[in-house]
Structures are given as C-alpha cells and as structure tokens.
Design a protein. Sequence first.
Length: 437
Amino acid sequence: MRHLRAAAAITLAVAVTAGVTGCGGGTSPDGGSNESPKTLTYWASNQGPSIEADKEILTPELKKFEAETGIKVKLEVVPWADLLNRILAATTSGQGPDVLNIGNTWSASLQATGALLPWDDENFEAIGGRDRFIESAVASAGKEGEPPAAVPLYSLSYALYYNKKMFADAGITAPPATWDQLVEDGKKLSKDGKWALGAEGSNLSNNIHQTFVLGQQHGADFFDEAGRADFTSDGAVAAVKQYVDLMAKDKIIAPGNAEYAQNQSLTDFAKGRTAMVLWQAAATTFAAQGMKPEDWGVAPVPVPDGVPGAGRQTNSMVAGINMAVFRNTRNIDGAKKFVKFMTSDEEQKILCRTYGSIPPVKAAQSDPAFAAPELKVVRDTLATSAAPLPQVPNESQFETAVGTAVKELFADAAAGTPVTTGSVEARLEKAQQTMQQ
C-alpha cells in the first residue's frame, strides 16, 4: 500500500452478517449503462504527496481513456483515513462508485461482503488474462481458492531507508542486515536528541505490517489453518514484544513516536531527526520534503540471518493497491474496460514510475525505471521474501484489534511502564477476545 492505512474503527462484520450483495455504482443521473456507457465514477486512493497531486497525475490519464473509449471518468481521490468507511457505507447504501481502489489487505474482508465483482477466468480474460500479473500480487487479492475480489494495480513492499550522513557520522559503513545489527547500530545513532529508527506507533495498520513480518520470522501467522485468531502463540507474543522493545528496551525509537499516525516519522527522517525508517516507496515524499536522492540509501528490511527469503526470513508483507469493481454497477462493460486500461503495460509504466511503486504487470517491469536502487529492492523483495497478510474475512478486525494492542503497548513504553512478555500476552489475549465477540 502506498501510504499506511489508518485502520477503520468499524469492521466488516455488519456487512458480512447482513449478506450485502453489492451496490449500484455510477450514482449520477448520467452514470451510463452497458448499452450507453457515458460515464464511470472512480474512487482513487491517495497515492501521492497530496490529494491535489493525485488529481494532477491521474486526470491526463483519464482523459486518454475518454479519448479511446468515449467514457468519461468522474474522479474522486479519497484519503486513506476515510476510504474503508466510505467503501463500507457504499456496500450498504447502494450509493457508491463503479470502480475503486482498495488496500490489498482489505481484499478478503470486502470479498466476504459479496459487494465486489469476482475476477474469475472470464473477467480476467477481458483485461488480458490473469497470467499478466505477478502471482504474489494476485495472492493478496482475496481468499485462496476463490476468484480474486480485485485486480492488482500498484505493488509495493517495505524497505529500510537510512540517512547516509548520519550513518557516516556514527562510523557505520553499511545498513544493518539483521535485527541484532540494527539495534547495535541504533544505539550509536540515538544520541544528541536524534534517534535511530522512526515508527508510527498509533497507526494500527503499520503496527500490523511490522508485527506480521516479525511474526513470520518467529514462525507465527496470527491465524490457524481454519482461519481462527491465534494471537497468543509464543511466536506472536515474541514478535510484538520485539517490535515494541525497540522503544521500550533498546531505546532506539523516540517515545514521542508512540503518538505518530500520520507519517510524521517520514518528516523526522527527512529533517535529519531520525536515521532510519521502514517504509513503502518513500522517495517521492522525501523529495517533497527537501531531501536529495544522494542523502539517503535503501536496503532490505533486516531478517534473523541477514539473507531475506521465505518463511522465517520473510521481511515484508505484500503491500499494494488493488482495483475493484462493484458487482452491481450499471456499467460493467465500461468498468472492465477501465480496469483493462489502468492495468495496460503502458499505463502501468507511467503510473508506477510516477508513484514509485512496482508494476504488478510483468511486462511493465522491464522498463529501466524499475531498476533504480530503491525500486530494485522493492521488486526483489516482492519476488523472493514478501508474504501476503492473512486472507481471512475478518482481516480488518485483525488490524484493528492487534494494531490497537500494539498501540497501547507503545503508549506504555513511552510512559516508562515496563513491557513484559506477560503484559504483551495480556494485550493480545484481549485482542483475541475482541475478535471472538
């Protein structure tokens, strides 16, 4: 996902229980139909530095689509903090768009509502076929064994960004490859009012992203094979404690980061207040805040043995944006044409170059732009060492419940309250009980 999603306070349980089957997209009077596809409505997620920047980026591309097809696209860029709630409201009210962007971690949850068009073989064929897309991206688009609920649009993974000058000043010659190295380096960097690592301690989704990866490294999935919550396993507890201990015990994250939820850690990095940050495709944000490309470096996120791979060497969740269609749209043909346009080789090159993401379309990855150092790290991570978050219907509840537990533990750490294995287990037990209610 391009920007970190603030997990919505409400969940999908109501929509699932109510058996929602979708909504009628294209709510304006001239919304069109399969017989007369005049317009489409499109909710785009905020991918760039601002809503206005996204409009400037997307509008010329939408004009191209209109010129090719005669279909006008009515664009609304929706902030991440509002997007999930807007989607849920649309599934229940029948007042929504024809096409929309969704965070890929929401795919299985929204799939369970029945509101989204299933991308079966026939629908995939209409946009050029499923095999055009990298498999890890498709795997994050819905429950295994069912047609995906969306189509990959932008693919991302986490990387470790580091400030070259701060590293040099501390006598550190290379970015850390293991967590032990990161903590060791971090203690050298955390001095004189500056800190080693930035975090977004109040951002529930970011908390999930980081602890899920650490969970993989500790052999924990947070859900069992039947899809039941399993938050208190030894591996899950160890993963959460390791992450919070970066503030509580190792003291390489500033206590104030416990309150961060709106990308403040990126600002701290850009202003030289923090030496490292774990993020998805941050280059455009750094540039917007005055950093030059030579000021920072990028490396894979650390793993236990220093060599990223599968299983216990996983170092990122499969991040990205998917494109979905409301299944009851009055303009299904036009909607599929639009998805085909946005996932065409040429548009993938244009949009992913602009947003600093990796095309999930295989052919587009050959563009030299995606061989740049930052994007090479992201591309290699997606290919070899990233895993999708649990594709279960209550994934959004997982983000809220466990993300909140981690937020509370960061608050304890910031306040000087000891964070123990017992206190972590108690928070996760509470989160699991919340899931079971």
